[in-house]
Design a protein around this ligand. Structure first.
Ligand code: ZN
Length: 429
């Protein structure tokens, strides 16, 4: 990969800078929050479609609802796809090259209840950053993908293989429905890039994930202030937290073989929420009768996830059997999103990894870091279930799934340059 390829990519992206910044701001200002079972992505998809139209690119919006009746076993039953539209556009190649898929999700998580410094939908550009919900996860990445399409279209360059762009719904909360719809409608590709936030590192692997609510009902709320003995799950819940900690220590014994080998905590176990009554002025001083822990387990790409989860369940059963309180008031196991997400791993010496590494080196003028994602995403599905070699490479930023999220706009442009360089090398190679 020559420096001149990177220079050419920079030259093709440069005239788009202003339009790309405005697009990103507009996308952030357009609410596309998904809360299961639904999601409100379509207004943002329309913004993106309009942008493409102004750039002379035809892009199609299509309903994703058809997957509910597709019979595809990957489709989650607890979701609704009514009114939720994917957007796609394809630059057809000459047929003498490898195809590339540029995938990204338009949905964001909700803004949460922790206050933000400014509105989650401000889209303000300040200090080189675009601020707001979804800016980093992953509207910045979507804009970088869109830049590749517009630059290619404007230049009139016809690649060998097809370049397919898609902006999908229902990625957050592990839904995967948008990407499933896209594969059923658009078919596969020889490689895929997902520009989730990676701080301009290349992630060649992702983890699997599973969220489960552990709930306990005990006692009678009416008994508080009324009877001598009050039963509540709140204090026993502390012992259950102790079990989670023991479980985390047990998991920490797992030795990763591949991309996660250098991670200090390769298979984290986190408590996402602890609830037993609310600290809310509307709630009187009272003893809770229900306590819930929301626990998040992650898995290595090489692990047998079903077996690991069964092991965790068995250990929980044992803990319950040894605790008189939980014997009487059993722990309820309620998976939040259904079946676990699975991770994936692409070899470091795979042709697509090498292509991306060379492109990143040419644009960034340094050796890129090639590592693994500290999270699961659609990449696992893309790679495992649809057989498309998938990498993550995206902009710098912070605050994904938290207040004051932002993306560094320059890094969105760098992402676009790297992806364009890689697209030309891959699709013409
Ligand atoms: Zn994301």
């Amino acid at each position: 990969m020559s420096r001149s390829a990177a220079r050419d990519a920079r030259k093709l992206i440069r005239p788009l800078h202003g339009d790309l910044k405005r697009l990103l701001q507009q996308l952030v200002r357009t609410n596309s929050v998904a809360i299961p079972p639904g999601g409100d992505e379509t207004p943002s998809q329309l913004v993106l479609q309009r942008f493409f139209r102004d750039q002379g690119v035809g892009a199609h919006l299509y309903a994703t609802e058809f997957i509910e009746k597709s019979g595809n076993p990957l489709v989650r039953k607890n979701r609704s796809y009514r009114g939720r539209k994917n957007l796609s556009t394809r630059l057809s190649g000459t047929g003498r090259g490898k195809s590339l898929l540029l995938n990204g999700h338009m949905d964001t998580v909700p803004a949460g209840k922790t206050p933000w410094s400014r509105s989650p939908w401000s889209g303000v550009y300040q200090g080189g950053r675009v601020h707001g919900l979804g800016s980093f996860d992953m509207k910045g990445g979507l804009v970088a993908n869109a830049a590749v399409i517009c630059a290619l279209k404007k230049s009139g360059i016809r690649t060998g293989g097809d370049i397919l762009f898609e902006s999908v719904v229902d990625e957050e909360w592990g839904g995967s429905g948008g990407t499933i719809a896209a594969r059923l409608r658009e078919g596969g590709a020889d490689a895929c890039i997902i520009p989730e936030g990676t701080q301009l590192d290349i992630y060649r692997a992702t983890r699997g994930g599973f969220v489960v609510d552990l709930s306990v009902d005990a006692g009678d709320p009416a008994a508080y202030f009324s009877t001598a003995e009050v039963v509540s799950p709140a204090i026993p819940c502390g012992r259950l937290l102790g079990w989670v900690e023991a479980s985390a220590k047990q998991r920490a014994q797992v030795r990763p073989r591949g991309a996660y080998a250098a991670f200090s905590d390769p298979v984290p176990v986190q408590v996402l929420a602890v609830q037993a009554n609310l600290l809310d002025p509307d709630i009187p001083l009272s003893v809770p009768s229900r306590a819930t822990l929301r626990v998040y387990f992650q898995f290595l790409p090489e692990e047998d996830v079903d077996a690991v989860i069964q092991g965790i369940k068995d250990a929980l059963q044992q803990f319950q059997a040894n605790d008189p309180f939980f014997r009487k008031y059993p722990i309820q196991w309620t998976p939040l999103i259904g079946a676990p997400l699975l991770g994936h791993e692409l070899p470091a010496d795979h042709a697509w990894t090498r292509c991306m590494a060379e492109s990143a080196a040419a644009v960034l003028q340094r050796k890129p870091v090639i590592t693994a994602a500290p999270y699961p995403c659609d990449a696992g599905l893309m790679h495992r279930d649809f057989g498309i070699p998938t990498l993550l490479f995206g902009p710098c930023g912070a605050g994904a799934h938290n207040p004051d999220e932002y993306v560094v706009f320059d890094s969105v442009l760098r992402t676009a340059e790297v992806l364009l360089t890689a697209a030309l090398a891959w699709a013409n190679g």
